[in-house]
Design a protein. Structure first.
Length: 250
């Protein structure tokens, strides 16, 4: 029981240490590298838990678990390479921080490889003591079978933790998307009000221009009328003068 409690505590301490490291880069604004680091932290925690289970298994079960760990190690190495590639798009302090994290990840990867190599050659008894294959396998196997259910519980607990975290991330992303959509709707509503206001101003200007045009037309007609009236009056005066001169001369 003490060994089981210690293994659970070590696994979760290692897991949350990786989570904190991933969040450190996420705050730097490099979203791509942050996502890769979060995936690496999950895979690293899974590798640690599975390597801890290898010494308790035998035969096909042990070989299958070793194969799973090797696949996870390949994925972890690919993620480290991707994080390093993403760091090239950062600048200044961010790039140095990510480069430092990559070095830590590579050291962590080498530690996993060494632990896997060691786990291949050893197994543990109920008290947690390391034994070699030169010891009495059958006696130790009967003691270790009782821990299989505990290891399954640890693995299931880790899976539930990862699933819960992914659900929380999905829920947070949904809330952020909803907030962004609401902001977009608010901006569209404001733009619509501005457009309506501009349209009203244009209508007012058009109405004013129409009234001005009518006023100018009226003024133009009056000017023409005045000119015609003056021409008629002038013609009458000239005609009167001509008649007067004609009467005087006659």
């Amino acid at each position: 029981k003490q060994w089981y409690q210690r293994r659970v505590r070590e696994t979760f301490q290692h897991y949350f240490k990786r989570i904190n490291l991933s969040h450190g880069v996420a705050n730097s604004g490099m979203a791509g590298a942050s996502n890769f680091e979060r995936e690496y932290s999950e895979i690293s925690a899974d590798i640690t838990a599975k390597i801890g289970r290898i010494p308790h298994l035998f035969g096909k079960e042990k070989n299958d678990l070793i194969g799973d760990v090797e696949v996870l190690l390949e994925e972890a190495r690919d993620l480290i390479d991707q994080i390093e590639v993403e760091s090239h798009s950062a600048g200044g302090e961010q790039r140095r921080q990510i480069a430092s994290n990559v070095q830590n990840y590579r050291r962590d990867y080498e530690t996993h490889v060494k632990n896997l190599r060691k786990a291949r050659m050893t197994y543990r008894d109920v008290s947690g003591s390391e034994l070699t294959y030169a010891d009495d396998h059958e006696q130790q196997r009967s003691d270790l079978l009782g821990n299989e259910h505990k290891n399954t519980m640890v693995s299931n607990s880790e899976r539930l933790e990862r699933s819960s975290r992914r659900l929380e991330d999905g829920y947070r992303m949904a809330l952020e998307t909803e907030e962004i959509g609401q902001n977009v709707l608010n901006n569209l509503a404001q733009d619509r009000e501005k457009i309506n206001s501009a349209r009203n101003r244009l209508n007012n200007v058009d109405s004013s221009l129409t009234q001005s045009s009518r006023l100018l037309n009226n003024m133009y007609r009056r000017v023409i009328q005045n000119k015609v009236l003056m021409f008629i009056i002038g013609a009458i005066i000239v005609f009167i003068i001509v008649l007067a001169l004609y009467g005087m001369l006659k």
